[in-house]
Design a protein around this ligand. Structure first.
Ligand code: SAH
Ligand code: ADE
Length: 279
């Protein structure tokens, strides 16, 4: 059937996004945690391992003195908590979000101290060390995190209003964190930039965005046989998207993967960490 010109745009946009959502049906939180959040990618004895690098960036960003307030929102949390371990000390309320029920359930399991949930202890200990508190403070940090996480909400960054209506105060969150989400759910650069714009509507003017993501990645494994396409980004595209969405870039760090971090679960070549302020 022939389509009129005006009808073409929406269904096409929807196709790429709908195809991404289908890929996520097979996402396996346990496998994903195993691929990305155990050694060698999470080796706390090596400063050149991916996770210690990410935790150092987050620690720095949250201790420079300019980031704080009442509400921190983590966009596309997945089954992971590492991305809020520094931020949870600076905000009275932390909201976690994910598209998939299996991931929200995994997070609830840890918050509820359920048997068999992922062990974030070495992460808590490492961040306590960064904070100069000594590794034994990790239980206090775990308790702090459990007390400040007030909600775990469904989110869809492809919607102009990604969260359920009324979830946030109308002024918006004071800070957003998002790691490995936007590029991993967007079929192309235009969709990535559009999603960034949607997410930015959750942030108050003057608030901070801490954005972490993959460079040069065309796919990652979300479980055995679950190949999820990713829009391959370069540094300039990340900066351009941030500026196009009304951000002032305060800081950008790039990590290049050492050969032994290329473990066959994706084709990522580097990782970016951006700290930006919304105009
Ligand atoms: N932040 C975590 C997880 C990233 S994996 C980390 O740093 O490891 C990408 C996440 O995006 C998955 O948890 C997936 O469920 C979520 N996702 C998939 N489609 C999405 C959408 N349309 N909107 C928001 N998140 C989505
Ligand atoms: N760590 C978490 N998610 C990742 C991804 N998609 N690519 C590379 N490293 C990751």
């Amino acid at each position: 059937m022939e389509r009129g010109k005006g009808e073409e745009k929406e269904p096409c946009l929807e196709d790429g996004v709908a195809a991404m959502a289908r890929c996520y049906r097979g996402f396996n939180p346990t496998a994903y945690l195993q691929y990305n959040y155990t050694p060698p990618r999470a080796d706390f004895t090596r400063p050149d391992s991916i996770v210690p690098w990410k935790l150092a960036c987050l620690h720095r960003a949250f201790t420079e003195g300019d980031v704080g307030g009442e509400m921190l929102v983590d966009v596309g949390s997945g089954p992971t908590l590492y991305q809020v371990l520094s931020g949870c000390e600076k905000f009275g309320r932390v909201v976690l979000t994910d598209f998939l029920d299996v991931n929200r359930t995994e997070l609830k399991r840890w918050l509820g101290e359920e048997e068999g949930s992922f062990d974030w202890t070495p992460y808590l200990q490492h961040v306590c060390q960064l904070e100069g508190r000594g590794a034994s403070a990790w239980q206090e940090k775990a308790a702090r995190l459990r007390s400040v996480v007030t909600e775990i909400l469904p989110i869809d960054v492809h919607k102009p209003s990604p969260l359920p209506a009324g979830s946030l105060p109308s002024s918006g969150a004071d800070c957003l964190v998002s790691s490995f989400c936007l590029e991993s759910v967007s079929p192309d650069l235009a969709s990535f930039t559009r999603a960034l714009g949607h997410v930015s509507s959750l942030l108050r003017p003057g608030g901070h965005l801490l954005l972490i993501g993959a460079l040069g990645e065309s796919y990652y494994m979300g479980g055995p046989g679950v190949r999820i396409p990713v829009v391959p980004l370069d540094e300039a595209q990340v900066c351009d998207s941030l500026r196009a969405s009304g951000y002032t870039l305060l800081h950008l760090s790039i990590y290049t993967l050492p050969p032994d971090m290329r473990v066959g679960v994706d084709d990522v070549t580097g990782i970016f960490f951006a700290k930006a302020r919304k105009a």
